[in-house]
Design a protein around this ligand. Sequence first.
Ligand SMILES: [Fe+2]
Ligand SMILES: [Fe+2]
Length: 170
Amino acid sequence: MATENDPGMKEAGAFPIDRPTEALLRDHNMVRKLSEKYLNSDSQEVKMQAGKQILQALHMHSRLEESVFYPAVRCIDESLIGHFEQDHQHVDDLLATLDGMSLDNAQSEPLMRELISAITTHIQEEENDLFPRIEGSGVDMTPVGLQMQAFEANMVHMQAQLSDQGAMRR
Ligand SMILES: [Fe+2]
Ligand SMILES: [Fe+2]
């Protein structure tokens, strides 16, 4: 395989390219931590910060899964992936509503709680019902991992450019 001839690629960044589900798991755990922070704090400031980070992380994570990961693993269980895509649609609707709201007021809290509940169930299902089947399939996930790494790097780059532009306008 082409990637095995290029060990440099494996050292680029901390993305575990041969086990891309581990990268997704890291994202899940980060969202879990932020969700706990949001739910357990009484400070509007802390809630606003954690809430913003949750929205941003979810946006990136969902695009990565929909664009690269799900198409690559659809053959394992088409209806399961279809179910996950519907979950994403529901989460996206909530994200769109929350994006237009100020997260430091009481009105956003029920929606944030609904979002957190939806994603908690969704990521648990991905981890329980999909990831072990990928591991068990014995398929070499390195080509998918490489694509995911590139996609993520590109999204981070674009995000940085957008926030630079925002900073210049201020
Ligand atoms: Fe997902
Ligand atoms: Fe996920």
